[in-house]
Ligand binder design. Sequence first.
Ligand SMILES: [Zn+2]
Length: 666
Amino acid sequence: MTIRLSRAGGQLLPVLTLLAASFAARAEEVVVPKGTPFSHEIRPGPGVSSVGWLSDYQPGLSGTPGDTRVYVLEGSEPGGTAVVVGGTHGNEIAGILTAVLLVERARVLRGRLIVVPHANNSAMSAEDTERSGPVWIVVKTPAGSRRFKYGARRTRPEHQGAPDPACYRHPASTEELDGEEARNLDRAYPGDPSGPLTQRIAAGILKLLIDEGADLAFDLHEAGPTSRLAWMIVAHPKNIDMAALAVLQLEEAGVEMKLEPSSETFRGLSHREWGDETTARAFLFETPNPGQASKAVRARVAGDSSLSLERRVGVQLSTLRAVLDAHGQTVPAPLRIELGNLPTLAEIERAGLGAFLAVPSVSPEPAPDLPAKADTAERLARRAMQTIRDARERTAPEAVERSRRSGISGLDVDRLALIGDELTPLVTTMGRLESKRLATDPRWASLLVHQLAARGVGPGAAVAASFSGSFPGLNLAVMAACRALGARLVAVSSVTASTWGANEPGFTWPEMEALVVAAGVLPAASAAVSLGGSRDAGRDLSPEGLSSALRIQATASAVLGAEALPPTSLAEAVARRREVYRRALDGRPPIVYVNVGGNHASLGGATAESRHAGGWLTAPSEGAAGTRSVMDAFLAEGVPALSLLDVGSLSRVWGLEDGGRASASR
Ligand SMILES: [Zn+2]
C-alpha cells in the first residue's frame, strides 16, 4: 500500500485522515468482475495426471476471467517439483507454446512437473493492440492446423476491478511506473488475494509454488529482438550458480544464452519475488519475438526465418532441460526432476513444432478403453429409448399410438417412441421425417464418445449443451456419451419441437428426460428449461400451444430440479442461458459446447453464420465472433462447438451408415 500526501484546495490534509481513509479502503475487498476465463484448446498428453485450476489455490480467482488451467504431470519415480509458467505476457508466444508442448508431449521420469501455460488468462483473451500482433498463431501438424491464441501484455482494463492509478508503485519499490503497469502480472508479485485481478493472479501463482513445494520455478517470456533481454536467463541470486552451470551446458550444445541476476531494487518481478517468498529456485527465460519489435506492424511472429518460432521454442525447452540437469548435479538423486519424450532443438527446427504437438481432432493416444465406453454409451441410449417406449405403452391410448406409427416404416418400436406427430400445438418449425428417423439411431451415442474424447472430454470434464425437442434421440446420445466418458453435462433444454420431433404433451423433450432420469438410466442433464421456438420464447405458438408449453415447462423443470427460463427478448435469452452455464460450472468454461437442434438462442437467427455450419466449429481466425447466440459467445471464448443440426450430412461424414467405422477425426 502506498500512502501519498496530496493537497486539497491548496491545504495539506491531515495525515491521520488520509491514513484512516486508506485503511478503510484496504479493508474493503476489491470487486473483480465475474466472467468466464478464455478457453484454450490444449490436448493433455500421456504424461498429464490431473488438470486443475489456479482458483484451486486462490479462491478469489474463481469465476473470474483471470482463472486458468493448471496441468500436473506426475513422474513414475518420486523426486523434486518444477513449476513452468507461460503466458505471463499474452503476446510472448514462444513461452506459451513451450508450456503447451510440455503438457501435450512430456513424460516425467522422476519428480513432478506443474505447468500453467496461460498465467494471465485475461491478457490472453485480449488482442495485442500495442504492437499489432496477430489474433491467432497457426501451427501446421502432420494432420491439419492447430491455432493458438496470441494475447496482449496486460490484464484487460475491464477485468481488473479497479481503474489504473495515475502511476504504479510496487509496495517494496521506490520506482514509479506508468499506471497501466498495475495490470502487468510481472510487476505484481507477491500479489494480493483480495486485490484487483492482476494482484489475485500473482497471489495465486505464488500460492501454487508454496502449496506444491516447488523446488524450481520457471517464468517463460519473450522480448523485442533488439532488447538487452533477448536470449537471456534471469535468475534469483540464490540460484545464480545453477543458472551459470546451465549456460555452460547450453554453450557446449551451441546455444548462447546470457545470464543476469534479479535486480535488488526493481520489485514485483517473478524471479525476484518467487525466490524471496518461497523455497523455489526461480528463473526467467527470454527469447526474441519479432512481434515485439518497437514498431512491429503485423510482424511475422511465427514465420520469421532467423527468429523462427521453432528456434525460440527449442531454445526455451533446451534452457529448461539445462537448468533441470544443473539442478540434478547439485541435489541427491531422489530430489531430481527428469523429463522424457521431448524433442531436441535440432529436432524441432528440422521437423517443425507441429510434429510434436497433438494433431487436431485426434486424441494423442486414444485410450484403450474407448471402444468399451462407446459400447456402454450405445447400451445406455438403447435403455433410455426403451424407457420412453414403456412409458408410451403405459400412458398413450392405443389408437393414438397406432395412427402415429402408421405412416412410419422401418423403425423398431423403441426408435419409434422418439418420433412425435407431424403437427401438434407444440410444433414451431418444419422438420424432415428422414432426419428424425436418422436421429433415433442409438449408434450416435457410440460415435459421440469418440468425437468428444478426441476433443479432450474425459472424466470430470465439463460439457455444455443445448437440447431442443427436435432430435430427442441425439439428446439422449449426448447424455449417454457424457455418462460413459464420466463427463459432467450441463444442458439447457427447450419444450417445443419441429414436426415429427418431441412435440406431444407428455412426451416433450424435458418430459422424456424426466422419465429417463426417474428410471435411473441416466443422470439429469438439464439445469434450465426454456420454451424454445421463436426468440426461445415460443413467439410462434398459438395461445393454446403457448399455455400448454408454459405448463409443461413449469412441471418438467420442477421434476428435473431445473430453472424455468421466462420468455423474454432473444438477447436476454442468450444472456440467461450463458448465466445458467456459468453458475452450473462455477464460472469455468466447458471443454466443448454441443448444440442439438435449431434453438434460436443457441444458434442465433436465420442470418447467423454458425446456424448453417454443421459438425465441429471453432472461432474465426481473425477477430472474435459476435455474441448474438450462445454458440457464437462460446466460440469467441475459445470453446469449440459441435452442432448437431444437419443430421443427414453428419451421418454421412461420421460414417453412421457404414456402422460408424469412418474416422472419428472428422
Ligand atoms: Zn514478458
